[in-house]
Structure formats: C-alpha cells, structure tokens
Design a protein around this ligand. Structure first.
Ligand code: AMP
Length: 210
C-alpha cells in the first residue's frame, strides 16, 4: 500500500500514520519529522529549512523533493509507505508523479479549523523521537515524558496559536487543492474527523478495506 495522508496540520495524520504503519507493516515518511531532525542535527537541509518551519511557512519544493527522493530509495520502502505531510503543494505532487512515484490512495482526514485550533494548543511532541501526545485526548502515561523513549515532551515552536493560524491558511491555499488533483486521478478518499483516535482509525480502515 502506497498511501498519502492529507489533512490540515493537527488533523491527526501523524497519529494515524504511526498506527497504520504497524497495521500494514510499512514505514511512515514524515517530511516534518525529517526536517525537525535535520534542524536539530544542524545539517545543510536543516539550516535551509529552519526559518520556514519556525514561522509556519512551507519549505521550498526542491528541498522536499530531494528529501523524498532519497528516502523512498531506501529498501524499507520497497513494499509500500505512508507519506505524512507530503506532497504539500501541487508542484510537489506533480514532480512526484513525473518521477514515477506510485500512489494507491490519497486519504484526507477532514477536520474543521476551529477543532484544529483547539487541538493544537494541547499537542505535546517528544524532543527525542517526535511521537505526539495530547494533554486531554491522548495523554502520556507519565507527565511530560514520552511513553516510547522517555524523552522530554515539549510544545513545538510552530504550534503557537498565531503560527497555527498561518499554517491553516497555508493549508487551505497550497495543500487543499491536492484533493482535486488526486480526485481527478480516482485516488482520493475522505474520512471525517471522529470523536477519538481509535474511531478515526476504524473509519480509515473501513475506507481502505484493511
Ligand atoms: P508537519 O510536521 O507536517 O506539520 O510539518 C512541519 C513544518 O515542516 C511545516 O509547517 C513546513 O514548514 C515544513 N514541511 C513539512 N513537510 C513539508 C512539505 N511537504 N512541503 C513544504 N514544507 C513542509
């Protein structure tokens, strides 16, 4: 299964990607996580991306395409993958298609903006492994500590309310048109936001038939 997860920032793509990765035994490729790791390590890509990521803007398409090309060439992607947060613009989707990157389904998790804004204010992210939690909907077992690696949980700089607003505007302007792009190719599936994480996973499984 080669799956793209579409949806606004905070729609639950990362959370569902983690769950679906285990269910389908394919890796998740999150350009956001790759960029944050590169920024932390101070690599050339990280330095290029920093000012964009921190202000809630999109990183230039050529940087993203370079990352994706390198990552998808790795052997663990041979049997499929979940793309979380990429493509994010029509030029990225078009370039990926031109490069011969195959997609079986683009699944959009549909969540209203007001729900997103409320949700993002409670999001906590592990500094070490990037796992995400939510103070109310998905709290960690130990306060401030990651369940998976014990790393410190922090609020992402770009989850600040003003930045979230900007990221939502960017989503509607640049990313939402991808729904029409994949609908034209008969690949688009929609899943409405559900009251909880498990219910959303069930809705996705039913749409994907897995
Ligand atoms: P995310 O973790 O997916 O919310 O991504 C965090 C930030 O990384 C975004 O706000 C962008 O600045 C950058 N980013 C991640 N993926 C992409 C992409 N495909 N295209 C452009 N920028 C991206």
């Amino acid at each position: 299964m080669r799956l793209i997860l579409l949806g606004a920032p905070g729609a639950g793509k990362g959370t569902q990607a983690e769950i679906l990765s285990k269910l389908m035994d394919v890796p998740t490729i999150s350009t956001g996580n790759i960029l944050r790791a590169a920024m932390k390590a101070g690599t050339e890509v990280g330095l290029k991306a920093k000012s964009y990521v921190e202000s809630g803007k999109l990183v230039p398409d050529e940087v993203i395409i370079g990352i994706i090309q390198e990552r998808l060439a790795q052997p663990d992607c041979a049997n499929g993958y979940i793309l979380d947060g990429v493509p994010r613009t029509i030029p990225q989707a078009q370039t990926m298609e031109d490069m011969g990157i195959e997609i079986d389904c683009a699944l959009s998790i549909e969540v209203d903006d007001d729900v997103i804004v409320r949700r993002m204010s409670g999001r906590r992210t592990c500094k070490e492994c990037s796992a995400t939690f939510h103070v109310e909907n998905n709290p960690p077992k130990g306060e401030g500590k990651c369940d998976f690696c014990g790393g410190e949980l922090t609020i992402r700089a770009d989850d600040a309310p003003e930045t979230v607003k900007k990221r939502l505007e960017t989503y509607h302007r640049e990313t939402e048109p991808l729904k029409a792009f994949y609908a034209e190719r008969g690949k688009l599936r929609l899943v409405d936001n559900q009251p909880g994480i498990e219910a959303t996973t069930e809705a996705i499984r039913s749409v994907l038939g897995i």
